[in-house]
Design a protein around this ligand. Structure first.
Ligand SMILES: O=P(O)(O)OC[C@H]1O[C@H](O[C@H]2O[C@H](CO)[C@@H](O)[C@H](O)[C@H]2O)[C@H](O)[C@@H](O)[C@@H]1O
Length: 273
């Protein structure tokens, strides 16, 4: 079983080639799997306010159109939400932590939640809304998973809201995942961003994908660790974090969200030379 540990940090464009010499070359197909919030965009005060910089947008469009690069976004947001945030056609998107996947040709894979879990989910939304949606806290209902946001409650109440939300979610048997100023409720099923990543790779490149392609994954959050864990040994993962002591399943830490732009630049330079 792989274990989380502190990993080497990458802080600049030059670091990629010096720490991963020869990992990428323009002949080998690349699957580039990316998280959205905190990875492609800096965290914002509200999910509606994230901003993809012009250069990031340009790089992503370039890479999405490259014949040797396969691009997929794997997000905790709802599928339609993350598709509209990025707005690139013809690539694969996974929303709700991989519970809903749509490939570039429109093929869908939806994890079928048993009716009983769907009922419990509805109860959690209702209870969180009635008891805790106040003082700036709010529930983002994504239909199969939710995010309880407490970023805007007074600082001295944040811990209370966090604990209370976690207790409600767990009392209904759902998983409460700590996110950035938020608690995410995920159904207790064996499906996550890691399983979604493996399915996407298998569908695109076949069972032997690990022998035939290079894989890069980048993410900044706890739910991204599921992909980092399952991709260990078959690809290279990057955990975005300013915390030098963070323990991760990734191969490298990216020193800040800004370094993701360097990652995409490194890939773009390699595949366009
Ligand atoms: O998997 P991701 O693409 O990283 O999505 C994770 C969650 O991101 C969003 O919430 C977070 O970002 C917001 C905008 O920056 C921020 O305001 C919030 O505090 C963060 O927790 C999104 O709203 C969630 O639904 C996603 O699960």
């Amino acid at each position: 079983m792989p274990e989380k540990r502190v990993v080497p940090v990458i802080g600049s464009l030059a670091d990629f080639e010096s720490k991963l010499p020869g990992y990428l070359n323009s002949n080998a197909p690349l699957a580039l799997l990316l998280d959205y919030d905190g990875t492609l965009v800096a965290l914002a005060n509200n999910p509606a306010n994230t901003l993809l910089t012009a250069n990031m947008r340009k790089l992503l469009h370039q890479l999405a159109g490259h014949p040797k690069v396969f691009l997929a976004l794997i997000s905790g947001r709802g599928l339609r939400d993350v598709q509209s945030c990025l707005g690139i056609q013809g690539i694969t998107y996974a929303g709700n932590h991989g519970l809903e996947i749509e490939s570039g040709d429109g093929t869908r894979h939806d994890y079928a939640l048993p009716a009983e879990l769907q009922t419990r989910y509805t109860t959690i939304v209702k209870e969180l809304t009635e008891k805790l949606e106040n003082n700036g806290a709010w529930v983002e209902d994504k239909k199969v998973s939710l995010t309880f946001h407490y970023r805007h409650v007074p600082a001295d109440s944040a811990e209370h809201y966090r604990q209370a939300a976690k207790a409600i979610i767990e009392s209904h048997g759902f998983r409460a995942n700590q996110a950035h100023m938020a608690v995410e409720a995920k159904p207790p099923v064996n499906w996550n961003k890691g399983e979604a990543a493996l399915l996407i790779l298998k569908n695109q490149f076949g069972d032997d994908w690990a022998k035939n392609i290079k894989v890069i994954f980048a993410g900044d959050d706890n739910t991204d660790e599921d992909a980092m864990r399952l991709l260990q040994g078959s690809g290279i993962s990057f955990r975005v974090s300013t915390d030098p002591n963070i323990q991760t399943y990734a191969d490298f830490r990216l020193a800040s969200q800004g370094v993701v732009e360097d990652l995409l630049t490194w890939i773009s330079i390699t595949y366009n030379q």
